[in-house]
Design a protein around this ligand. Structure first.
Ligand SMILES: [Fe+2]
Length: 367
């Protein structure tokens, strides 16, 4: 099977509270967006018009909340009919859902873990097949975060791979969920990554989480992405090649400039592998610690695209002047240090070597 990704680049989840703040963002800054259909189906008026303006401007994927694929109750065919209509109305490129359940006779409003059992594999895979047949397209199931593993007969990765194979569906690869689960359930996230079927990846998620304790993380989507999760995304790109990846942020949503900075960071990792594929040797050089600090500060303060300075960026005019002065000042300090060492090397070292040369000459050669 040759699979084409439904979208490209780096994306951002569209929340109602972001409809206004993201209105001037361009597809060059955010290459695709994602919505939860349950929050938008049958929504008209101001928000309905806003959604239409976004789906006409950006490629969209859809990440469901309430399909409840592992539920003991029957599938919600009314919801699926609405989803099918929504996909057609907004040209949605991909429908993804959680490999979990959130209802029985009523909704639980949380994502519960499906038991990792043979019986559950058969049950869930059959339901996914029914949905794919109804929608006439593959759907993507997400590896979810979980905090208990009831009736566990096999590992999480064995269960996930078995469901994907049996249902012949795609994977929404959430790297933050891998990281959170690896800490909470004590496994190596890189081993988990290596065992995933890369050919089934439709797109990826990245997000921040809450550190409740050193050995307990909570998948909140309420904080910045931390470095170990970025490193895991980097490893995923190294293993599978670049796949479209979307930033999820649901709580403590920062100003748009900061959200875009994280989207740019996704693009930065993607460009790194684009360059490697194009044979650019510069892309293989690791930045020094100082370069990392300067670059991070640079992007943080000016919220510019990851790979370069664009004077036409709309964010420059939004950046408070004192912050820009701080950045300029740091560059000036660095340039001064650089100039200082240049002076040392050009002026003082030759003088020093002249004064040492007689003794060096005397000690030159084998004794
Ligand atoms: Fe996710």
């Amino acid at each position: 099977m040759v699979y084409q990704y439904p979208v490209q680049g780096a994306g951002l989840g569209l929340r109602r509270s972001l409809c206004g703040p993201l209105s001037s963002v361009s597809p060059e800054q955010v290459q695709f967006m994602e919505v939860a259909p349950e929050n938008w189906i049958n929504v008209g008026g101001r928000y309905g018009a806003a959604l239409r303006s976004y789906t006409e401007k950006f490629p969209f994927v859809m990440h469901g909340l309430s399909l409840s694929i592992g539920s003991p109750s029957g599938l919600d065919w009314d919801l699926l009919r609405s989803i099918k209509t929504f996909i057609a109305e907004h040209s949605i490129r991909c429908y993804s859902e959680h490999l979990s359940y959130c209802s029985d006779s009523g909704h639980l409003y949380d994502l519960m873990p499906i038991p990792f059992t043979e019986e559950a594999i058969d049950y869930v895979a059959e339901r996914i097949i029914q949905i794919q047949d109804f929608l006439g397209q593959r759907i993507a199931m997400e590896n979810v975060s979980y905090y208990a593993a009831p009736q566990q007969e096999m590992s999480e990765i064995e269960f996930l791979n078995a469901v994907l194979n049996k249902a012949d569906c795609n994977l929404l690869l959430d790297v933050n969920n891998i990281f959170v689960n690896s800490i909470n359930h004590r496994y190596d996230p890189y081993d988990f990554l290596k065992a995933l079927p890369g050919e089934r990846i439709a797109y990826g998620h990245i997000a921040g989480h809450f550190e409740e304790a050193e050995d307990l993380r909570v998948d909140t989507h309420g904080a910045d992405v931390i470095d170990p999760v970025w490193q895991l995304l980097d490893a995923a790109y190294a293993q599978f090649g670049v796949f479209p990846t979307l930033l999820e942020r649901d709580f403590n949503i920062p100003p748009v400039d900061e959200l875009l900075m994280e989207v740019d960071q996704i693009r930065g990792y993607q460009r790194k592998y684009d360059k490697i594929e194009q044979g650019d040797p510069q892309s293989l050089r690791k930045p020094t610690q100082l370069e990392k600090v300067l670059e991070k500060n640079f992007r943080l303060r000016l919220s510019l695209p990851f790979n370069g300075l664009s004077l036409s960026s709309p964010h420059i005019s939004e950046t408070p002047k004192p912050i820009r002065r701080l950045k300029v000042s740091k560059i000036a300090v660095w340039k001064s240090i650089e100039a200082y060492f240049l002076i040392i090397s050009k002026l003082l070292l030759p003088m020093a070597s002249q004064s040492l040369s007689p003794s060096l000459t005397q000690n030159d050669g084998p004794q």
